[in-house]
Design a protein around this ligand. Structure first.
Ligand code: FAD
Length: 441
């Protein structure tokens, strides 16, 4: 602790009470790690930072007061939701204050076509509140327990993205944000003015409240299918994704990935698995496609729990299960393109032990390509080979903002003049994130 952090801790105790701030080592360590463990490249570099203190505001107003106090004491501020973010974006690289939002949770208002929530509200709670009002959220990540502030700041999509794309545009209607200035207060931004705060890791401002668009609730079914081979599942995944009304999610895995998922009779061992959240009116059409490709329908389940369960086996989750089954053995990168279906054998051959987890999307499928980890160089060497196959790739093994960097930097001059918000995440001018290096040069 420095004099600054000592003084800040004292001020925060006044503001939040003794239980609203901690300097205890275990709490600081817990607040200093996120989903970085998914990357063997990042794991080798841990620990990357340790918080000096952690604050737990319970409302948007308290968030603003804590930020103002930290700025006046010139202490770095790293916001934190549930801490599931990939990859290291939530680590307090320069120590200082971790602003834990998990107690600032709650639904403020559900109206016709919108919901307003506190920053720490779990995505699953937002979906449940929307459902109770006959509506649904446009998308939520497979980490359904993660917070709305964290999903907006660090995440990008999930269940619902087939139709609605990423959370960068159109998902948020309005935000209450807090800038890193001595007299910090809640600032209301709407529409396009809210977008720069999305997917920039809190480097532009802290999200204290969010208003999200809702749509009418649909009658969803959770469909589980299995196939002799992954090729059979791939042969229908795009057509299932293109059904109308659009499915909320369509995921498929190789037998080896399916074997790593939690035991479920609807995901039989040693078979390729396809799981989909379908509008009830499309179950018959999807079933016909699956049978036509030689597949079996293992189960069709009803109710919000069934959908949630399928969501929690999508996106990065099969990779996480794979790593749990064999810690330290695998890495993955994010991939996209029709070649994932059309040139799958070549895609798999790019990495030793190559295995694709795939998600249907309108336009082109996306996925997570896993392989057996050898070295950072081996991981980066695959990018050119994938490019040659027509596969777009994104390197997830770094913690820098890589979305609208110029704009964020330009705006942050005003919203964070002292560079206190999540320092180390926004590349400075002239610096670029090196593919895979996990560092900025
Ligand atoms: C197994 C696994 C599966 C995943 N699946 C998905 C998926 O399907 N889709 C997806 O998009 N992501 C996915 N992710 C990534 C991650 O779960 C999402 O980004 C998640 O929504 C982050 O929410 P969180 O509350 O855990 O945020 P955190 O990890 O706590 O924070 C994420 C980032 O946002 C910043 N932040 C947090 N709260 C605020 C705030 N209120 N204001 C400003 N900045 C803030 C943090 O500093 C950090 O930079 C997955 C991760 C794992 C480990």
């Amino acid at each position: 602790m420095t004099d600054n952090t000592d003084a800040l801790a004292a001020e925060l105790r006044e503001l939040l009470g003794d239980r609203g701030v901690t300097t205890e080592l275990r709490a600081r360590e817990k607040a200093s790690l996120d989903g970085a463990y998914l990357s063997p490249i990042l794991m080798a570099q841990l620990p990357l930072g340790l918080a000096d203190l952690v604050a737990f505001p319970t409302s948007a107003e308290q968030i603003a007061a804590v930020v103002g106090a930290a700025v006046r004491h010139h202490v770095a501020i790293t916001p934190r939701g549930k801490g599931t973010g990939n990859y290291g974006q939530g680590i307090p690289m320069q120590g200082g204050l971790v602003l834990d939002m998990s107690k600032a949770r709650g639904v403020i208002e559900v109206g016709d076509g919108f919901i307003t929530v506190e920053a720490g509200t779990p995505m699953v709670m937002i979906e449940q509140a929307a459902n109770a009002a006959g509506q649904q959220i446009l998308m939520y990540p497979s980490t359904a327990q993660s917070s709305i502030g964290g999903f907006l700041s660090g995440g990008s999509g999930g269940t619902g993205s087939i139709k609605h794309g990423s959370n960068h545009t159109g998902f948020v209607t309005a935000l209450d944000v807090v800038h890193a200035v001595p007299d910090a207060r809640l600032i209301h931004v709407e529409g396009e003015a809210a977008e720069p705060y999305v997917h920039t890791y809190g480097t532009l401002g802290i999200i204290a409240r969010a208003t999200l668009q809702l749509e009418p609730l649909q009658n969803w079914r959770g469909l589980y299918a299995s196939f002799d081979t992954f090729d059979d599942a791939l042969s229908v995944i795009r057509e299932i994704g293109d059904l109308e009304p659009t499915p909320r999610l369509v995921s498929a895995d190789l037998p080896v990935l399916a074997n790593a998922l939690p035991d479920d009779a609807a995901i039989p061992k040693d078979r390729a698995s396809l799981r989909a959240i379908l509008d009830e009116t499309t179950v018959e059409a999807a079933s016909a496609l699956i049978f036509g490709a030689g597949g079996r329908i293992e189960d069709v389940r009803e109710g919000p729990q069934a959908s949630m369960k399928i969501s929690m086996l999508s996106y990065n989750h099969p990779i996480e299960w794979l790593q749990k089954s064999d810690p330290g053995k695998y890495f993955h990168i994010e991939v996209a393109g029709d070649a994932l279906v059309e040139r799958i054998d070549e895609v798999h051959a790019v990495y030793n032990g190559g295995m694709l987890h795939i998600e249907a999307q309108h336009g082109r499928p996306i996925g997570m390509l896993a392989g057996i980890y050898e070295s950072p160089e081996q991981v980066y060497a695959g990018f050119a080979a994938l490019d040659a196959l027509g596969v777009g790739s994104h390197n997830p093994h770094h913690w820098e903002v890589d979305h609208e960097v110029e704009r964020t930097r330009r705006l942050a001059v005003h919203t964070d003049p002292d560079g206190l918000l999540n320092p180390g995440k926004l590349p400075a001018e002239g610096q670029v994130a090196v593919a895979g290096a996990g560092k900025v040069t």
